[in-house]
Design a protein around this ligand. Structure first.
Ligand SMILES: [Zn+2]
Length: 278
């Protein structure tokens, strides 16, 4: 089974409701398949993870691999497997700056073959979703960095490094993970309602989820804009990126909860972060 590091701290996304002004970029996964044990909750707490409303979610990827994750309302998940190997909380840096994970995409892996999945079963991107993915890839390729994204559409997920596809349980949000082994996290999933909200919103969500896949944390990971909760550093870390602002960068595409005014582009500090990382 592939090692999938979904996230670092928190998991999944939340999608808020339109009436809620602040919409989370990801949507909560609906089904609760399991409740964590007390021991697991204690460990998560020691890792700095917000343990309110944690549940265990079984996620089957496009390639049939199945993983269990702790989810707690963000668009990231913590793998159940190997929980005890994860590090406890380190020193927090509460600066509202751009943050990255400990692991990044390295070497030749920085040429990333991105697949926009167009297969059936409700997993394929609509034409709006495809247009948004083109824009998201352009966002990354416009940044002056060593990353190079090569986009194709189709069904050959085996050959791709990063696959963008639709999961029916994600509403207007997304779900992704963080890099491991020098490679990007492979699955950037979006909910079926993402493209229904138009190409700009879809570009925002896809660019955000792809940002996790290459190692960007939420800019406000320690005090989420929706509810002030702390996602915790987890095993993936939350390392401040030099040169990014000390105030809250509300324009960052990596803010945990959308505001409804997303323009689908990076903020200037996001660009600084990416150029520093890559
Ligand atoms: Zn996110």
């Amino acid at each position: 089974m592939k090692t999938i590091k979904l996230l670092a701290l928190s998991v999944i996304v939340a999608g808020c409701i339109t009436s809620c002004q602040k919409e989370e970029v990801a949507t909560e996964v609906n089904e609760v398949s399991n409740t964590p044990t007390k021991k697991q909750l204690l460990k998560l707490n020691n890792m700095g993870v917000n343990t309110k409303n944690v549940s265990i979610k079984t996620i089957e990827n496009l390639d049939g691999t199945i993983e269990d994750y702790f989810v707690n309302g963000t668009d990231l998940g913590i793998p159940v497997a190997g929980l005890n190997d994860q590090e406890d909380l380190g020193t927090l840096d509460n600066g509202m700056k751009q943050y990255r994970t400990r692991n990044l995409v390295t070497g030749s892996n920085r040429t990333i073959d991105v697949l926009g999945y167009t297969g059936g079963g409700g997993s394929g991107l609509s034409s709006t979703g495809q247009q948004a993915l083109r824009r998201a890839v352009d966002n990354y390729n416009r940044v002056n960095s060593s990353l190079n994204m090569r986009l194709t559409f189709g069904t050959n997920y085996q050959a791709a490094d990063l696959v963008v596809y639709v999961r029916s349980d994600l509403g207007a949000g997304g779900l992704a993970g963080f890099p491991s082994g020098g490679r990007p996290y492979k699955w950037a999933r979006i909910g079926p309602d993402v493209a229904n909200r138009g190409v700009t919103y879809a570009t925002h969500v896809i660019t955000h989820e792809m940002g996790h896949c290459i190692g960007l944390r939420h800019t406000d990971w320690f005090a989420r804009s929706c509810d002030g909760s702390n996602e915790g550093q987890g095993n993936d870390g939350a390392i401040h990126i030099p040169g990014t602002p000390t105030g809250i960068d509300r324009a960052s595409i990596m803010i945990s909860c959308a505001t409804g005014n997303e323009n689908g582009t990076f903020s200037s500090a996001d660009v600084i972060a990416l150029e520093y990382m890559y």
